[in-house]
Design a protein around this ligand. Structure first.
Ligand code: ATP
Ligand code: MG
Length: 205
């Protein structure tokens, strides 16, 4: 007996609709044949940028590949991902920031710290053995002009062919957005902090 024989009219229409949908999706998947190293920019005011980037570190490790994480700006509070991921084989994790400008209150030191971090990041961006480079909160270094776009863009552009790069931070510069293959702007609809809830371990850090 055919499996469509005892279907109701609604079930039959659903089957036909989903069959057509699957054909469209399958055709799109079949058309995407390119493999290449990607640049991703995760920006916007909503929560979820850095945690998404660190999630891709976990995905990378799942394939036995390697990742290098550079955390710019933030040096004060440690995130849970660092405690876990930096202990895994195949991960290097550099904390190259000393907190936000309003915490350090020392412009010259902030710029020197940012530059030293960028020098290390450039090494990872030149290393074909590194599958994924995370440049966490890089957008601020560009926006504060601690680093010029002429310094930042070429090492990203000239990286090894299959290396992926994830850049996070609010207000990504238009040139970073243009360089990227994938850009997500996370919108801030609601955040518990505004209801007086402090940062929660495992969620916010
Ligand atoms: P996460 O690391 O949780 O993915 P993020 O990278 O998108 O967050 P950041 O701007 O780097 O966001 O801020 C990190 C910290 O600030 C986290 O504790 C996060 O919960 C909090 N945060 C993020 N967005 C907001 C917001 N819109 N209002 C208040 N706090 C926020
Ligand atoms: Mg972040």
């Amino acid at each position: 007996m055919s499996d469509t024989q005892d279907l109701t009219e609604e079930e039959r229409r659903h089957k036909e609709r989903t069959r057509k949908h699957k054909a469209v999706v399958d055709a799109k998947i079949a058309a995407a044949k390119v493999d290449k190293g990607l640049v991703l920019v995760l920006t916007g005011n909503g929560k979820g940028k850095s945690s998404s980037a660190f999630g891709m570190v976990a995905r990378t490790l799942g394939y036995g590949r390697t990742a290098a994480v550079f955390q710019f700006i933030k040096g004060k509070e440690d995130v849970g991902e660092r405690a876990f991921l930096s202990r895994q084989p195949g991960v290097t994790w550099e904390n190259c920031g000393e907190g936000f400008t309003w915490e350090t209150q020392d412009l010259r030191r902030d710029i020197a710290t940012a530059r030293a971090g960028w020098e290390k990041a450039k090494q990872a961006l030149a290393d074909p053995n590194v599958s994924l480079v995370v440049l966490d909160e890089l957008t601020y270094l560009v926006n504060y002009r601690y680093l010029s776009l002429d310094e930042v863009l070429p090492p990203i552009r000239n990286r090894p062919e299959m290396q992926h790069v994830v850049i996070t931070g609010r207000a990504a510069h238009a040139d970073l957005v243009e360089l990227a293959d994938t850009v997500s702007a996370i919108r801030d609809e609601k955040h518990a902090f505004r209801a007086g809830v402090r940062a929660q371990a495992g969620i916010d850090l």
